[in-house]
Design a protein around this ligand. Structure first.
Ligand code: ADP
Ligand code: AMP
Length: 218
């Protein structure tokens, strides 16, 4: 099964991807997590992506498309989290999935801008696993050390200035994908109210994908 999570930064895509991965064995393919891992490991890709990411700009399409193409070769199905983010990326993915006769569903996360800021500014992450917490809504462990012993961090690009720029980038470059996937020739598009609690959003997505019930959050 292939699923695309579409929505602004901070909408809850990573949170839901981790829940669905655990509950149903879908494979989360987060381009943001992949890039951050490459940065930690100091690879060429990581070095290349660094300045774009810190500014809150998108990494160039050809680089991201090549990374996803390689990943897809070994995955029978994926839950795309943070990809595609531009029309050329969506077109590339469309060709890849069509070549393999793989139908897909797009879940559109609908959430207000005020809520996005609140969610991003309170976000804490495990830089090793990508696991996500929120100061108020999904409180991290005491001392901000995850169960695997990794200290949690706040992302550079979650600072207010970078968040402002990322939202502009979203409106300009990613929002056109709503119309792209609204075209009946593409996969099924399902809009989800992402302002609800984590549990309620999980239930709605699980239902939209034809799963019976969702297991408790990780
Ligand atoms: P995205 O992957 O879309 O950028 P995340 O999944 O990282 O977003 O979520 C952003 C922040 O909001 C995190 O701190 C997360 O814990 C929190 N969050 C996610 N979903 C919800 C929700 N439904 N209600 C409240 N907080 C949420
Ligand atoms: P995310 O973790 O999805 O919020 O992504 C963090 C950053 O990684 C983005 O602001 C971009 O700089 C980069 N990035 C992640 N996914 C993509 C993508 N599909 N296309 C271009 N840049 C990306």
């Amino acid at each position: 099964m292939d699923v695309i999570f579409l929505g602004p930064p901070g909408a809850g895509k990573g949170t839901q991807a981790q829940i669905l991965e655990k509950a149903y064995g879908l494979h989360q393919l987060s381009t943001g997590d992949m890039l951050r891992k490459n940065r930690i490991e100091g690879t060429e890709l990581g070095k290349l992506a660094q300045s774009y990411m810190d500014r809150g700009d998108l990494v160039p399409d050809d680089i991201i498309i090549a990374v996803v193409e390689k990943e897809l070769e070994r995955l029978p199905g994926a839950l795309f989290d943070g990809f595609p983010r531009t029309v050329p990326q969506a077109e590339a993915l469309e060709n890849l999935l069509r070549r393999k006769s793989r139908p897909y569903t797009v879940i559109l996360f609908d959430v207000s801008e005020g809520m996005i800021r609140e969610r991003l500014i309170g976000r804490w992450v495990n830089p090793k696993t990508g696991r996500v917490f929120h100061e108020r809504f999904s409180p991290p462990p005491d001392g901000k050390i995850d169960a695997d012993g990794t200290p949690l961090i706040q992302r550079e690009d979650d600072k207010p200035e970078a968040v402002r720029h990322r939202l502009e980038v979203y409106h300009k470059q990613t929002e056109p994908l709503i119309a792209y996937y609204g075209d009946p020739r593409r996969g099924r598009l399902v809009k989800v109210d992402a302002t609800e609690s984590v549990e309620n959003v999980s239930k709605v997505i699980a239902h939209a994908l034809g799963f019976q019930d969702v297991a408790a959050s990780p």
